[in-house]
Design a protein around this ligand. Sequence first.
Ligand SMILES: [Zn+2]
Length: 373
Amino acid sequence: MQATTELEPTVRIRELTKDKVNFVLENVDLAFANSFRRVMMADLPTVAIDMVEIEVNTTVLPDEYIAHRLGMIPLLSSNCDEAIRYTRDCTCLAGCPFCSITLMLHVSCNDNNTMDVTSNHLEVLPFPEDQDIQADPGEELSKRGEYFGHPVGKNDPNAEPVLICKIRKGQELKVKCTVKKGIAKEHAKWSPCSAVAFEYDPYNKLRHTSYWYETDVRQEWPLGDNAKEEEAPRDDEPFDYLAKPTKFYLDVETDGSLSPQEVVMKGLAELQQKLANLIYGLKQGPELENQQQANGTGAEPSWNISSTAPAPAPIPPTSAWSGGASSQWGNTSPGQRSTSNAGWGASPQAGAWSSGATAGWSSPGQQSNGWNV
Ligand SMILES: [Zn+2]
């Protein structure tokens, strides 16, 4: 069993290459290790092609096929959180250098050999200077590396480019692509990781899994390399049902858009930010509830409180939390929760609420939907 004193979390790097890091994380909770894995996979921003205008396509592949392939091409995204804005946060009307990058691809085949159209044919277009930019100025451009937004491997003679399609004599492909910032929760093309391997308890001492086998479990489930890090259980060892995993083996492989160091460090920072938002939201709750009572309840629908929540609410759900009133949760369907405050006011449901506020709220279905905690 573990000693009663809490041990400090440690990280031991076993292997580090250009696009992969393998490390052992110790003395953390299983929930933390798994959250860390999920944040690295799905919550780190990168840039990817999000819109494709097909100008000429006489290849054998349909437009949609090519657009999808273009979206999946990894683009260099180092320092993406500071170097580019989300389009939804930008004040421009139709794209600007602070929230988008334009890539152009124009290839035609004029000889008898089959020609490969690859990610190396994508060229970054400078944003036209004469265009009237409606966005607020920012310092994003100064935080970009030289090749930000370029396809991964384009400037590296040893890297194999990504094949988009093959063309023969007389065929042509001309497309204009708009690159945007996003995270993999929106679409997997924005994930900086191609794989994150995660393992703990290689001997299954904790019995978190049960193996299916025919005759001999040990022969049919050979041990991996991580088993060398741990002591094999004795055959007569009693099952410790209170034991918890403390040692986690992670292998983070990126697609080249971010370096493995950046993925791990930004992953930790992102997880810290999420937890800070949660603490902030929970602390805000009672104060706002008191405010609401001071303002006089009943006539005022509680969802109006959201608009009086502190202005720089870090994530949308936080503002919902900081609304504090339990009745708010009870009445908000998942779809409505995810929309903006402005959307609520305009939606027909919101109108219905304010007209029949008390009657609607006390309906049994809404009270028993599990959100009133
Ligand atoms: Zn913009």
